[in-house]
Design a protein around this ligand. Structure first.
Ligand SMILES: *[C@@H]1O[C@H](CO)[C@@H](O)[C@H](O)[C@H]1NC(C)=O
Length: 563
């Protein structure tokens, strides 16, 4: 009895403190900051969300977010995971952090320099409870680099680029393998075996739902759900990447290719996850004051390393290329705070924009954020003001001398590898040969997401709105067979040639020069890639079979990288 009373009493105190700290730092939006839920899909193709992609893999919950919120039609990301997540978390181009190159390998001693403050830390300063579920992949060589030491109150997930869906092991290209599943808080980092053998997408969703259910509504919530799916786990047996392969074969009887079928299973589970999260927000009565963002971290690797049989159609190129297929990512936002929802935003938006955008939506002042490359897109998202971003750096990879940038409608690309789609799977919407079923409007309107939105707001996008948005959200290219060779310099007009077929650099030398100068400006702030040899001291055999931080802060190279 006594101890229960004591618990209640201390809980009361902590609520008091939470409210106090919120109002102390927030002047323009006291105590009413929106909850922010960011759901990131790993290696998802442009064509693999049905709100602007093919019918083959229906994503009714994600589509509902898009139609009842808005579609970001020109959302740019970095071409691979580590750089893309770096941009998201820092609000800066990853060239400023030495993180622009090949993604972090298991056991590689590096990370985002500690001198750069991350999004969760900024939001925590505004009173947010900050939670990360799923993938990290921006460094863990010493404790200081791990998520629970960099602004997240809790972390439940994996440190490396990917794990396998059931055993939760991360395996390096050298075949070194170990367990990579953790439950961390700022005081304690520890591996968690409680749900070994269960399907990763479901475990992450369960955790996200539990966080929402147990959330103290007197504080705003920042929940980042960074899914493993639909990243390949590089296994041969398809039943190891999906929930139930037999059921999947029945549901997607029209997909013949087994790997594409497996991919459909992974994407479907992500879509259901979105539905469960939105449903939980509604049950908790906080959906009305929430912002939900759904993003792909980069394009699908349809071919080669970690190929997952995703589709970036009709965009050219794949994950890790600087073509649109690698860097033009699927994205949508839902919030009942959005005025005139059901919009397509054609303005340029970059992964680095989320930090100032969310900070502003949370009531913060973007002047607090130091040197960033992101721009605040909240006025565009919330009320349709013209976007203030007119240009963006796609990336500079100083090791292979590849670089790309966009100004307005023009894109410059130097030393682009990969001539075409390099293996494309999945049908276009209008493909007459497609055996996929017709687009199912009822599935969207009766999805968990739509039901939750309807209960919260009383309104829902109807069939004609859905069909109109879907038609306008697509990117369409004329049938073509030849692609410009970009081993030297290509200039594309993305407005008339979004599929990057025709090099117009000879016709617009001034534009080429302007883009070259734009990129050259960023060379001045570039930190050379910090990619380092894998450290054998990191191997799980030294840490009870688990990938864990293995260096003291003083020995970690990152400590020496203060700018
Ligand atoms: C997998 O799905 C099949 C077909 O729907 C069903 O009969 C079977 O019980 C399922 N297996 C498991 C383990 O749930």
């Amino acid at each position: 009895m006594e101890s229960l009373f004591f618990k209640k009493f201390t809980l009361g105190i902590s609520i008091y403190y939470a409210i106090y700290s919120v109002s102390a730092v927030q002047s323009n939006n006291p105590g009413n900051s929106p909850n922010i839920i960011v759901i990131i899909a790993d290696d998802l193709g442009w064509n693999d969300v049905s709100f602007h992609g093919s019918n083959e893999i229906p994503t009714p919950n994600i589509d509902s977010l898009a139609y009842n919120g808005l579609i970001l039609r020109n959302h740019y990301v970095l071409p691979t995971c580590t750089p893309s997540r770096t941009a998201f978390l820092t609000g800066r181009y990853p060239i400023r952090e030495g993180m622009q190159g090949y993604p972090l390998l298991a056991g590689e001693p590096r990370g985002i320099p500690l001198t750069t403050k991350l999004l969760p830390e900024h939001l925590r300063n505004l009173g947010y409870s900050t939670r990360l579920v799923g993938k990290w992949h921006v460094g863990y060589s010493s404790d200081e680099l791990t998520p629970a030491k960099r602004g997240f109150d809790t972390f439940f997930g994996y440190y490396n680029g990917f794990i396998d869906y059931y055993r939760h092991n991360a395996t390096t290209i050298f075949g070194v393998t170990g367990y990579d599943f953790h439950r961390d808080n700022p005081k304690e980092l520890k591996p968690d075996w409680a749900r070994t053998g269960e399907y990763a997408t479901d475990i992450f969703t369960d955790e996200a739902v539990k966080i929402i259910e147990e959330h103290d509504i007197h504080r705003p919530l920042y929940l980042q759900l960074s899914h493993l799916a639909p990243h390949s786990s590089d296994v041969e047996d398809p039943s190891l990447e999906v929930r139930n392969f037999t059921a999947l074969k029945q549901a997607f009887h029209y997909i013949e290719n087994v790997k594409r079928l497996t991919y459909a299973g992974m994407v479907t589970a992500v879509d259901e996850s979105v539905g469960r999260v939105v449903e939980a927000l509604n049950r908790k009565n906080i959906l009305a004051n929430s912002i939900i963002i759904f993003l792909a971290d980069n394009g699908a690797p349809t071919f080669g390393e970690h190929e997952n049989y995703g589709s970036n159609y009709p965009l050219r190129g794949i994950k890790s290329s600087f073509y649109e297929g690698g860097v033009h990512g699927a994205a949508c936002v839902y919030s009942s705070l959005i005025k005139n929802p059901g919009r397509i935003v054609d303005d340029l938006v970059h992964m680095a924009d989320w930090l100032p955008t969310l900070y502003a939506a949370a009531g913060g002042n973007d002047q607090d954020l130091g040197v960033i490359d992101g721009v605040n897109q909240w006025p565009t998202i919330e009320r349709g003001e013209p976007g203030s971003r007119k240009s963006l750096l796609i990336n500079i990879d100083e090791k292979v001398d590849r670089e790309a940038a966009i100004i307005g409608r023009y894109k410059l690309l130097k030393k682009g590898a990969m001539p075409h789609y390099d293996g494309y799977y999945g049908n276009n919407i209008d493909d007459e040969d497609s055996s996929a079923p017709a687009y199912d409007l009822n599935a969207i309107m009766s999805s968990s997401t739509s039901q939750a939105i309807l209960e919260t707001t009383g309104v829902l996008a109807n069939s004609s709105i859905i069909l109109d948005l879907r038609a306008r959200g697509r990117i369409i290219c004329e049938p073509f067979t030849k692609f410009a060779n970009c081993s030297e310099t290509c200039l594309f007009d993305l407005e008339i040639d979004p599929c990057e077929t025709t090099n117009i650099s000879n016709r617009f030398p001034d534009m080429v020069e302007m883009l070259e100068n734009f990129i050259a400006g960023y060379r001045n702030v570039l930190m050379n890639q910090t990619n380092a040899p894998v450290d054998p001291k990191s191997y799980p055999e030294c840490h009870n079979g688990v990938w864990m931080p293995w260096l003291d802060a003083e020995d970690d190279i990152m400590g020496k990288l203060s700018i």
